[in-house]
Design a protein around this ligand. Structure first.
Ligand code: NDP
Length: 333
């Protein structure tokens, strides 16, 4: 099997130097074990946090051990009664072309339900994040204005489309003209702002949100969020989902203080981790799948081919190379 290990902890933007490729032969399967063949491997922004050794909600990756994350894999061999060769599973698995599992923590996927890769995106962790953060923290009501940052990514595209389904005015913030055009023309966003080419974000937001901002779904943090706070309405809700603009920062920049704004606007700001809502996942997965099936939710993937592309795919998240969910296809099913 081929694997990718964390060789050193990145300082700032991660580079190839932080990773090491290794090839080794796996041992024979023991009783209860499965041999898994990776089909699709997800790259996600939270992995940047696990590459550092700072205390967080998930333990850091160990040095000289494989990176791990969301993987869709085929059972290649099984000595476990619950699985047979040819089954497809989703799990938190190492970045390896083949890996051995004891079967714990895996969930079986039905290949006829949806394309297998969707379980790493709209029907998986990012989809659950969008659904739960928007609906349970944002609580959108018809006619309200929703702003989402990181709007063209895996979570953002789903947030904006659900907000449209709930009858909101939706404004997306993303990093290129292709992305803003995609949001408006393909996904039905009312407005979209390219933060890289806009010199005055406050003005651009005021123009795009003539009635102010009722809900802000924050995927990025930093200066983009500072600008959004200036446009909040009374009783606004802010779902703090991600802060990707700061993940490579070596020191956290000081922004404007938000407390006076929250106070004056009687606004609610709440950080969340998707697993907080695990009891709502069945409902979320059913609803998302129904919307996808009915053509009400569009879903885009940015797929790189080949296991060796994993580091580059991961870097792409921070360079904004993806529209929709970024993942790597490792093998055919
Ligand atoms: P995306 O698919 O949105 O990919 C990341 C995107 O972030 C890039 O495409 C890029 O788009 C944008 N970006 C990168 N660097 C910056 C920057 N410096 N400033 C502004 N935008 C930047 O990733 P996901 O949808 O998977 O994740 C989105 C966010 O949600 C992340 O912050 C992630 O950590 C968070 N998240 C949180 C979860 C939770 O449980 N709380 C669960 C899942 C995700 P652009 O071209 O627009 O710059």
């Amino acid at each position: 099997t081929k694997s990718i290990l964390l060789k050193s902890r990145p300082k700032g933007m991660p580079t190839e130097e932080n990773f090491e490729f290794r090839e080794e032969t796996l041992p024979d399967l023991q009783e209860e074990q499965l041999l898994l063949k990776a089909l699709y491997i997800s790259v996600d922004p939270y992995m940047r946090g696990r590459m550092s050794d700072a205390k967080s909600y998930v333990a850091p990756y160990n040095l000289n051990e494989p990176i791990a994350g969301g993987v869709v894999a085929e059972v290649a061999e099984s000595r476990n009664d619950r699985y047979k060769a040819g089954d497809v599973v989703l799990g938190n698995l190492p970045w390896q072309t083949y890996s051995i599992s004891n079967g714990r923590g895996l969930s079986q996927l039905d290949p006829n339900l949806a394309p297998l890769s969707y379980h790493l995106g709209i029907l998986g962790m990012p989809g659950m994040t969008a659904y739960c953060g928007l609906l349970f923290i944002g609580e959108p009501k018809e006619g309200e204005t929703v702003v989402v940052s990181g709007a063209a990514g895996a979570v953002g595209t789903v947030v904006g489309q659900i907000a449209k389904l709930k009858g909101c005015r939706v404004v997306g913030i993303a990093g290129s003209d292709e992305k803003t055009a995609y949001l408006k023309e393909e996904l039905g966003f009312d407005e979209a702002i390219n933060y890289k080419s806009t010199s005055n974000m406050r003005e651009a937001l005021a123009k795009a949100c003539p009635d102010g901002v009722d809900i802000y779904f924050d995927n990025v943090g930093g200066e983009i969020s500072d600008a959004v706070y200036s446009q909040l309405n009374d009783f606004a809700r802010i779902a703090v989902c991600g802060q990707i603009a700061l993940y490579n920062a070596t020191s956290v920049p000081t922004g404007p203080r938000v407390e006076p704004i929250l106070l004056k606007k009687k606004a609610l700001m709440k950080g969340f981790i998707v697993s907080d809502y695990a009891d709502r996942f069945p409902e979320a997965a059913t609803e998302l799948a129904n919307w996808v099936k009915a053509g009400k939710l569009q879903y885009e993937e940015h797929v790189l081919e080949g296991f060796d592309q994993l580091p580059q795919a991961f870097f792409g998240l921070f360079r904004g190379e993806n529209t929709g969910k970024l993942l790597v296809k490792v093998a055919d099913f």
